[in-house]
Design a protein around this ligand. Structure first.
Ligand code: SAM
Length: 282
C-alpha cells in the first residue's frame, strides 16, 4: 500500500539538491549531439502548485526553493544556479512570483531534444493520474508501473547514451536493498549509463547499507553529494539531509555542483552544509 505523496514535500531542500544535481548532469549530456534516453523510475506528479493544500500544509518549500528564488539575482553570478533559476522561471505563470515547483519529469523533459527519449514510471494510481495530465513533449512515454522492474526490462536502450534517475520514497525498509540490487543489475546491462540515486540521510542510518552495496558492486566511478540541512537534536528521529550518488558522473560535475551548493547552503539555514567526494574511484 503506497501512501507517500511528494506534493507534501515539493520544493524542499532535498528537491533543490536533487534537481540541481540532475540539471547539472543534463547540462553536460546536452553538450554532445548524440541522443540520450532518460529514465525516471519514480516520477511523481511532475508539477506542484505551491498553493495546493498538501504542499501548503507543511510548506517545506519555504526552507527550500523559496529562499533561492528570493535571492535569484545574487545567485545568478553562479552559472549553474543562473541556468537552473532561469528554467524555474519558465514554469511560473506570473514572472516574478514563485507559484509552481517542477518535479523530475519536468526537469528531464523541458530541455529534451527531438532525438532524445524520456520514460517516466509512476506506480501510484492517483499520482499517475496527475502525471498523465501534464503537458509534456511527444517523445515522453509515461508508464504506470514499477520503475525498478521497468528499468531493467528496458535495457539496453537504442540510443548511444542513457541517464537514469532513481528517486524512491523509501517507504519500505527493503527498498534500500531493492534499489542497490537494481542499480547494479542495470549497470551490468548498460555500463556506460549515468545513474543518479537519491537517498535520505536518516539518523537511523538506513542508507549506509545502500551505499556499501554499491561501493562493493564493482562499479568504476561513483560520486557522492550530501546536503545536511540541520544539526540533529539528541533523541531526534527522521531525515536530516539529502544524498545523491552519481554513477559515471560527467567530467567537472563535482566542481560545478560544489560551487553552487556553497552558495545555496547559507540560504537553507544555520547548520546547512554540503560535501562532495568520490565514493568509488578507479
Ligand atoms: N522523482 C520525483 C521528483 O523529483 O519530482 C519525486 C518522486 S517521489 C520521491 C517517489 C514517487 O515514487 C512517488 O510518487 C511514489 O508514488 C512513487 N513510487 C513508489 N514506489 C514506486 C515504484 N515501485 N515504482 C514507481 N513509482 C513508485
Amino acid at each position: 500500500m503506497l501512501s507517500y505523496q511528494h506534493a507534501y514535500h515539493a520544493g524542499n531542500f532535498a528537491d533543490v539538491h536533487k534537481h540541481l544535481t540532475l540539471f547539472a548532469v543534463i547540462d553536460h549530456l546536452l553538450r554532445k549531439a548524440s541522443p540520450v534516453t532518460y529514465i525516471d523510475t519514480h516520477a511523481g506528479r511532475g508539477l506542484y502548485p505551491l498553493s495546493a493544500e498538501e504542499t501548503a500544509r507543511l510548506g517545506e518549500y519555504r526552507q527550500g526553493v523559496a529562499p533561492l528564488w528570493k535571492a535569484r539575482e545574487a545567485l545568478s553570478a553562479d552559472p549553474l544556479l543562473c541556468a537552473w533559476l532561469s528554467s524555474l522561471a519558465e514554469v511560473q505563470h506570473r514572472g516574478g512570483e514563485l507559484e509552481h515547483y517542477p518535479g523530475s519529469p519536468w526537469w528531464l523533459s523541458h530541455r529534451l531534444r527531438a532525438r532524445d527519449r524520456l520514460v517516466l514510471f509512476e506506480l501510484h494510481p492517483g499520482e499517475y493520474r496527475h502525471l498523465e495530465g501534464q503537458a509534456l513533449a511527444d517523445n515522453v512515454r509515461r508508464v504506470q508501473g514499477d520503475g525498478l522492474e521497468g528499468l531493467l526490462r528496458r535495457l539496453p536502450v537504442s540510443t548511444p547514451r542513457l541517464c537514469v534517475l532513481v528517486d524512491p520514497s523509501y517507504e519500505r525498509k527493503t527498498e534500500y536493498a531493492e534499489v542497490a540490487g537494481t542499480v547494479l543489475a542495470a549497470m551490468h546491462k548498460a555500463r556506460h549509463a549515468v545513474m543518479l540515486v537519491w537517498y535520505p540521510l536518516l539518523l537511523a542510518g538506513r542508507h549506509h547499507a545502500l551505499l556499501e552495496t554499491l561501493r562493493d558492486g564493482g562499479l568504476r566511478k561513483i560520486w557522492r553529494s550530501e546536503l545536511v540541512q540541520r544539526e540533529s537534536a539528541e533523541g531526534e528521529r527522521g531525515m536530516v539531509g539529502s544524498g545523491m550518488l552519481v554513477v559515471n558522473p560527467p567530467w567537472g560535475l563535482d566542481e560545478r555542483l560544489g560551487e553552487a551548493m556553497g552558495r545555496v547552503c547559507p540560504l537553507l539555514g544555520k547548520g546547512s552544509r554540503h560535501t562532495g567526494d568520490w565514493w568509488v574511484e578507479e
